[in-house]
Design a protein around this ligand. Structure first.
Ligand code: PLP
Length: 377
């Protein structure tokens, strides 16, 4: 093997304005927090920060759930953490699929040895509660309902309160994906009666990618404790992870936590707390409306009906005759602006314009609409 070192120097990323489906723009304050000195992950000072992080996350999720913490991995692992801990071989799980991420939930159920009952809705439509009611009637043995609150692949927002209510009526737990919703629209775990939820650091929280806040309520913990089979993933087994995320003083080694990214998440949540949840939701809505009005003057149409539109993820139809990839490439090279391509069934048909977290600002909306107007001619 050649021992001469590769001639590679430091990486200098270009400056971008991130208006795709995530990651979103990360504010300097969060990046600066991540550049602070690394301490040991069992250092008492770090433990104090972890306790604050749990408090901030409980507030962001609007829950009193003791078991609330960030999984040391991206949103997909938060998703798996919910499924591997709550689904046992033989379980029937009703899974709502109205886009890419509902499909991934169904795949998680299969890989846990469960049987997914798919409730399908058109891509771009919210989950239809009546179909969920019918699925429970047809499959009374189902004990879990899983759905995606904010489908990032389509921009549709589903009615989480109603879905959780239906699950309760059938004595089932709910697993909710709120990767894209947390911080951008109301996410009210306790008020809605959600049993398990997972999110991501890189969307409306505007931290860097790679952390997944999760929260589990008492009913979910009871199901976990009553399992007949051990959780098949060692890393994600909550019984073990908890030894690390339990209160300061009781903390024992499980894995080496991503120390500096956790500083960043802490700072992003401090910024959210300074602004206030309701103010953040209102800002996302106002910026969405500004974008919507500008796009309307260009004749660009939305995929999702108005009452189910996510303010933070605007899926719009690519105008006829327009070269999707060429437009996105021109936005990136001429304006340093990233918007998202369509995903799955909507690939090549839509653009996904993210108005998330720190990116939900007037200057970003102005840049995006001016750049699109210019590039589209
Ligand atoms: N769920 C939804 C709704 C998402 O939008 C995403 C990422 O875009 C994920 C799950 C997976 O998160 P990650 O890419 O951080 O693994």
């Amino acid at each position: 093997m050649d021992r001469s070192a590769p001639q590679i120097t430091s990486f200098h990323p270009p400056r971008r304005v991130l208006m795709g489906p995530g990651p979103s723009d990360v504010p300097a304050r969060v990046l600066q927090a991540m550049a602070l000195p690394t301490v040991g992950h069992l250092d008492p000072a770090f433990s104090g920060m972890m306790e604050e992080l749990k408090t901030l996350l409980r507030w962001a999720f609007q829950t009193k759930n003791e078991l609330t913490f960030p999984v040391s991995a991206p949103g997909s692992v938060g998703m798996e953490t919910c499924f591997v801990n709550l689904v046992e071989p033989g379980d029937t799980v009703i899974v709502c699929v109205n886009g890419v991420f509902g499909g991934r939930q169904a795949e998680n159920v299969r890989r846990c040895g469960g049987t997914p009952v798919i409730v399908e809705d058109e891509w771009g439509a919210p989950v239809d509660p009546d179909k969920v009611r019918k699925a429970f009637q047809a499959h009374p043995q189902a004990r879990i309902l899983a759905f995606v609150h904010a489908e990032t692949s389509t921009g549709a927002l589903s009615d989480a309160a109603t879905l959780a209510q239906i699950a309760r009526e059938h004595d089932a737990l709910t697993i909710m994906d709120c990767v894209t919703s947390l911080g951008g629209v109301p996410v009210l775990l306790d008020e809605w009666g959600i049993d398990a939820a997972y999110s991501g650091s890189q969307k409306c929280l505007s931290s860097t990618p790679g952390l997944s806040p999760v929260s589990f309520g008492e009913r979910a913990v009871a199901k976990l404790k009553a399992r007949k089979h051990p959780v098949q993933s060692w890393f994600q087994d909550l019984n073990l992870v908890l030894g690390y995320w339990s209160g300061a003083g009781k903390r024992t080694y499980h894995h080496t936590a991503p120390v500096n990214p956790l500083y960043g998440l802490h700072e992003s949540l401090v910024m959210l707390a300074e602004e206030g949840l309701e103010a953040s939701w209102a800002r996302h809505r106002a910026m969405h409306e500004m974008l919507r009005d500008s796009l309307a003057t260009m004749g660009i149409e939305f995929v999702v009906r108005p009452d189910a539109r996510l303010p933070q993820l605007n899926a719009v139809r690519i105008p006829a005759g327009v070269d999707d990839a060429a437009v996105r490439a021109a936005l990136l090279s001429d304006y340093g602006l990233e918007i998202g391509a369509g995903l799955g069934a909507l690939a090549g048909k839509v653009w996904r314009i993210g108005v998330m977290g720190y990116g939900a600002r007037v200057e970003n909306i102005r840049l995006c609409t001016a750049a699109l107007r210019d590039v589209l001619g």
